[in-house]
Each structure stands twice: as structure tokens, then as C-alpha cells.
Design a protein around this ligand. Structure first.
Ligand code: NI
Ligand code: MN
Length: 225
């Protein structure tokens, strides 16, 4: 049974005993982080988009762990140019890796890095299947109707959705996203890291109602998927 660990903000690790896959490992500068980038041990890193609160420490962790970064082509190329091992996918594309099955899905958001907003392709959501369980991380996105298509075509054991508002869905839209995705479990993220995205996750739990089992994770928490 794969496990999901929360590292604060939108950062997670999925592990199935053999493999450890980080999603958006933003630790340095993440006020919610309970571990440092040097302590993270993974063999793959999946990135939803190029913003610094998602790429985070991915490149240094990938180099130290000899882990493969999986991202859309433009972001994967950037990681490769910076010395990391990277595999490009793009929206709609899936691949069975040694460490699990990864598919990139659409997200409505930007993707760039650095003071000059260096463009890194489009933002994405990701589907990860490991140990027979499928997890969807929506990345940073607004609500969109094709979330229903994602949930219909890929029955979700767990969905991770942003609720912070301002840059992404807020609570009401994230609850509607949960109804469209119809996962067994839903985990809110991307809130309370900074003042701009302050939210009460209990309001999200109430808004989700019986649509899914809502699990509010504290940074450092680990659950079975
Ligand atoms: Ni972003
Ligand atoms: Mn973000």
C-alpha cells in the first residue's frame, strides 16, 4: 500500500517501499517544511510547473540522489541544462517508468522561473500510479470542466487540490473540483504557506461533504493511500 507524505505547501512524497517519488519538492524557503532538502531521499521527482514554490530544490536533490526529474518538455530541458537527469513528457502524455506510471494533465496556470520570468512551457497536473494506486496532483490551477474527464478516465484513489485562492482555486472551486474528480480521498494543499493564501481547511472539508474523504495533512504527516 503506497504512502503519501506531506512536506508543506504543495510538496509531497509518494513511496511504495521500493520507490520514492517527490512531487514539487519546495523545502528551502518553505515555512511549512519539516525536513531540509539535504534530508530528502528519492529516486524520482515530478514537477507540475516552473514556479519557484514548486521547482524548489528539485535540481539539487536530483543531482545528489541521481533521481530523474519528470516534467513537461520545456521545464525538463531547463532542469537538464542545469545538470539534472530529466525526462520530458507533455500534456496528455504518459509513460511507465521503473518507479511508476506518470501522466501529465492540463492545468490553467503559468510556468516560469527567475527574475526575468524565463518561460518554461505550460503548467500541468500529474497522475501518478504506484503500487496499484492512482494519485492526482492538480498542481496550481483554476477550476476547469475537464477535471471530470480526468476522474472518469482514471479512477482516483486520492486527489491533491490547491485551496489557497489568489493564485489557484479557492475553497468553493476546489470542492467543485473534488466532485468532478470523484476521488476516494482528497487532500488540500497550497494554503497558509504565505499570508496571501491563508485559508481554513476545515471550511474545505465542510464544502466537500460526502463527495470524498477529506484528509487535512499537517506538514510531516504520512498517510496510506
Ligand atoms: Ni505556480
Ligand atoms: Mn504555487
Amino acid at each position: 500500500m503506497p504512502k503519501l507524505q506531506f512536506m508543506g505547501h504543495a510538496s509531497f512524497v509518494i513511496s511504495d517501499g521500493d520507490n520514492r517519488i517527490a512531487i514539487d519538492p519546495f523545502l528551502t524557503g518553505n515555512p511549512q517544511a519539516t525536513i531540509t532538502a539535504d534530508e530528502l531521499d528519492v529516486n524520482a521527482i515530478v514537477l507540475t510547473h516552473g514556479h519557484s514554490d514548486h521547482v524548489g530544490d528539485a535540481i539539487s536533490i536530483a543531482k545528489r540522489c541521481n533521481a530523474t526529474i519528470v516534467a513537461v518538455f520545456e521545464l525538463a530541458t531547463y532542469c537538464g541544462q542545469n545538470g539534472a537527469k530529466a525526462h520530458p513528457l507533455h500534456i496528455g502524455g504518459a509513460r511507465q517508468f521503473d518507479f511508476g506510471w506518470i501522466k501529465m494533465t492540463p492545468a490553467w496556470h503559468g510556468s516560469c522561473i527567475g527574475d526575468d520570468n524565463h518561460y518554461l512551457g505550460v503548467a500541468a497536473g500529474v497522475l501518478v500510479t504506484v503500487g496499484g494506486k492512482t494519485i492526482y496532483h492538480a498542481g496550481d490551477t483554476g477550476l476547469f470542466g475537464d477535471m471530470k474527464l480526468i476522474g472518469d478516465r482514471h479512477p482516483l484513489d486520492l486527489a491533491i487540490v490547491p485551496i489557497g485562492d489568489n493564485f489557484t482555486m479557492g475553497i468553493d472551486d476546489a470542492a467543485e473540483a473534488t466532485r468532478m474528480l470523484h476521488p476516494k480521498k482528497v487532500v488540500p494543499c497550497h494554503y497558509n504557506t504565505f499570508d496571501l493564501i491563508a485559508q481554513n481547511p476545515e471550511e474545505f472539508r465542510t464544502a466537500v461533504g460526502f463527495a470524498a474523504e477529506c484528509i487535512i495533512m499537517k506538514s510531516g504527516d504520512e498517510i496510506e493511500v
